[in-house]
Design a protein around this ligand. Structure first.
Ligand SMILES: Nc1ncnc2c1ncn2[C@@H]1O[C@H](COP(=O)(O)OP(=O)(O)OP(=O)(O)O)[C@@H](O)[C@H]1O
Ligand SMILES: [Mg+2]
Length: 386
């Protein structure tokens, strides 16, 4: 039975912004019989490698807007910081998932946190400030993390604060004119995330939670499933699903959480899209988070994903990419480890930029973590010798 809003194979799906997440969406869409139009201001955006129709132009370019809108039957986004005005304009005539409702929340930490708090979800202690001099009213002790309310990613727009001198001596913070949130640093046991997909009828499916290890504010390793008791896994999934139900917008989402040492869960943030900590779903599950993004957008049915193997995902950041791709490292990694390499096709390297990832699949997490650590050692050695 086809639903009226179902988008048939052969149609063109639109992807706003074309990084690796848009690229994996495009691969899944192509495999399922769709064409993909990728719109990104960068002519070399990675997802354009898979685009049947690449669109290059700023997101406020009316000419590009009209041409793009003309050919797409449905639109999804690569990340939350695409202009909401564009999404609202597209929503008038095209199916867009996730819609402006969830983007509005995810684009602004203050809106997101007050939505979560008013719906009774557990959060880190925080205070929203409009100007830096309001910092004196923060009622909890150091250490803090100050985050800009908008446009943060990979730890950008964040400052770790141990005392008042870290604020008075920081000219970027002193000169900052933008709203911010001040959060208490959580002394967590581990960080976890859960990917949830919701369809038009409010049916949700979820992947087992992933355990995430960050380095310098950037995700470095994800372990699936997270090494936490079943009871906590269930609580993470329930919490993630009820947040997405209360937002009420169909799409694929990832909810990042902290597991405190006392077993409490606190929500860190929501991404209204597939997530870096879910790349492994391509290899380790019956259906990936990207295929689910396609299914939700096109109105195809969702089904609980089956885990095919345990997995560890290692991000390749900045110049680690050169270190990985030099002949001696890649030969050593591929001959000695069960590594599957994903390279995003980015044309320039910046420190900390996500250039690719490596997945290790198998039956023993201890062994997979050991392999990922050996792989990291090989990259590190080639980084220092290169
Ligand atoms: N209140 C906190 N207590 C402890 N650690 C924190 C806190 N807030 C953030 N962090 C650490 O910094 C990382 C990045 O923070 P956050 O997710 O808020 O920012 P982001 O820039 O949106 O990152 P990303 O794009 O990776 O999701 C978190 O995953 C966590 O490791
Ligand atoms: Mg985050």
């Amino acid at each position: 039975m086809t639903k009226p809003s179902q988008i048939s194979a052969g149609s063109t799906l639109g992807m706003i912004a074309g990084g690796q997440i848009g690229g994996f969406f495009s691969e899944a869409a192509l495999r399922m019989g769709y064409k993909v139009a990728v719109w990104d201001p960068d002519i070399n955006a990675p997802a354009k490698r898979f685009a049947s129709e690449p669109f290059t132009g700023e997101f406020d370019d009316k000419r590009v807007f009209n041409a793009f809108k003309e050919i797409v039957s449905g639109v999804s986004v690569e990340w939350e910081n695409v202009p909401n005005s564009l999404i609202k304009e597209l929503e008038k005539t095209v199916i867009v998932k996730p819609g402006s409702k969830s983007l509005t929340l995810a684009q602004d930490r203050i809106k997101e946190k007050s939505f979560l708090a008013s719906n009774g979800f557990p959060l880190t202690e925080y205070v929203a400030i409009q100007r830096i001099d309001e910092i004196n009213g923060v009622p909890f002790d150091f250490p803090w993390i100050i985050k800009t309310a908008t446009l943060g990613y990979d730890g950008h727009g964040q400052w770790y604060i141990k005392n008042m001198t870290d604020i008075t001596g920081n000219s970027a913070l002193q000169d900052s004119k933008v709203p911010m949130v001040v959060e208490k640093v959580v002394d967590y046991q581990i960080e976890v995330s859960v990917v949830v997909a919701m369809d038009d009828d409010g049916e949700v499916i979820a992947y087992p939670p992933t355990e995430n290890l960050h380095k310098g504010g950037i995700l470095k390793m994800s372990i699936s499933p997270a090494r936490i008791p079943d009871e906590i896994q269930s609580r993470v999934i329930e919490l993630g699903c009820s947040i997405i139900r209360s937002i009420g917008d169909p799409g694929v989402f990832c909810i990042e959480m902290f597991l405190e040492k006392n077993g409490n869960l606190l929500i860190n943030e929501i991404a209204p899209r597939p997530h870096n900590s879910g790349h492994h779903t391509i290899d380790a599950f019956s259906v990936s988070q990207y295929e689910n993004q396609v299914r939700v957008l096109t109105g195809l049915p969702l089904r609980e994903p089956i885990m095919l193997c345990e997995s560890v995902l290692l991000n390749v950041l900045g110049h680690e990419y050169d270190a990985l791709m030099n002949n001696s490292a890649i030969n050593q990694i591929l001959s000695s480890l069960n590594a599957k390499i994903y390279s995003y096709g980015k044309t320039s390297i910046r420190p900390g930029r996500k250039m690719g990832h490596i997945v290790f699949c198998g039956t023993s997490l201890d062994e997979l973590i050991r392999q990922a650590e050996s792989c990291q050692d090989i990259m590190d050695r080639n980084l220092s010798s290169g």
